[in-house]
Write a protein that binds this ligand. Sequence first.
Ligand SMILES: [Zn+2]
Length: 139
Amino acid sequence: MNQTVPPTRRFSPLLFAVIMIALLVALVCIYLGLNEYLLGDSSTASLYMSTGIVTLAVSTYMMYQTRKRMIRLIGMEMQPLSSTVQCMKCGFKNIREFKRGDFVFKETEEMCPKDNLKMTISAIYREVKDKEKAKENAY
Ligand SMILES: [Zn+2]
């Protein structure tokens, strides 16, 4: 009777599946309840309806809890990445959102507007939306 399973604090796809199934069951119950109600069987209807509403409430609550946890995780790890795309000939730079498969020195499909050459990724960085750097007075 001694369990040594560590508490899992991560978002699990299994939990997500359970919530989705519960939501589906809730919707089906409510639908069946409405159906029974229309057919005139109000006792079966209220049974279906109450089951549906309770299931809906529980799954919504679980989803809300999971969502809060996910937002916390995403907030820490998912700051947007940016890629600097540069023309190797004239040095024209364009900063855009990171795309899957981007890497430094990769030739992109983007063309330099000045001399119609394919541009190359010169930098990838995580955008930190903090305060701007104070202006440096060079002279
Ligand atoms: Zn160019």
